[in-house]
Write a protein of this length. Structure first.
Length: 78
């Protein structure tokens, strides 16, 4: 696992462009804290394949012919 850098929000604010360049060049994430509590993660941008993402949902959506019709007690599977 890569080293995880943690930076207080006040330091990040003063040196934001420097941190942007470092994350871009190294590919490593940066955690930004507010009073010691992690609040943001700065990560390098990565192109995503929309087709791959949508393929994970294939078959997960059900089609209902009459979604507003009442449901019988036997249909609940309770």
């Amino acid at each position: 696992m890569k080293n995880l850098r943690i930076v207080p929000k006040s330091v990040f604010k003063a040196h934001a462009l420097q941190f942007f360049r470092e994350v871009e060049q190294t590919g490593e994430s940066l955690i930004i804290t507010d009073r010691g509590r992690p609040v943001l993660r700065l990560v390098p941008f990565q192109e995503t394949n929309t087709e791959e993402i949508l393929a994970t949902f294939k078959g997960a959506v059900k089609l209902y012919d009459s979604p507003v019709e009442p449901v019988g007690e036997d249909d609940w599977g309770a």
